[in-house]
Design a protein around this ligand. Structure first.
Ligand SMILES: Cc1cc2nc3c(=O)[nH]c(=O)nc-3n(C[C@H](O)[C@H](O)[C@H](O)COP(=O)(O)O)c2cc1C
Length: 114
């Protein structure tokens, strides 16, 4: 992960919401960002661009805003810019299709990443 992160200019990170918070695997990724900052919390590899993707079953798109904000704060601590936050929410069952609006947001975010 560190080799990939060190060389990356853009990062896309996905986080399912489990029991009101990012999943355990997502939290491990965030915890392991610790070496991205130095002793005084100064960013060691600043300037990267980040797109986050969250998924939740609940239809209230604002319900887990705190979890998203705290996740973004980890990336910001690393000196990285959040370009876009893509939220998939509601009835995420098999056969579920993403809205045209979200697809366009993802496409535009992808263009800004490269
Ligand atoms: C253990 C578990 C807990 C979940 N908790 C929530 C929750 O608190 N709120 C919610 O809206 N969705 C919750 N969900 C639904 C997931 O966020 C949603 O299905 C998401 O698309 C799962 O992504 P995944 O397929 O990558 O695991 C939960 C799903 C699982 C498996």
């Amino acid at each position: 992960m560190y080799e990939d992160l060190k060389d990356a200019t853009g990062i896309v990170a996905g986080f399912p919401i489990y029991f009101g918070a990012v999943s355990g695997q997502g939290k491990i990724l965030l915890d392991r960002l610790y070496p991205m900052v130095g002793n005084q919390f100064q960013p060691r590899f600043p300037g990267k661009k980040v797109v986050t993707v969250f998924a939740q079953a609940n239809p209230d798109s604002k319900l887990f805003a705190d979890a998203m904000e705290s996740t973004h704060n980890f990336f910001k601590l690393c000196g990285w810019e959040i370009l876009e936050n893509l939220l998939i929410y509601g009835d995420v069952v098999p056969g579920f299709t993403l809205s045209q609006e979200l697809l366009e947001m993802a496409y535009e975010a992808g263009k800004r990443l490269v």
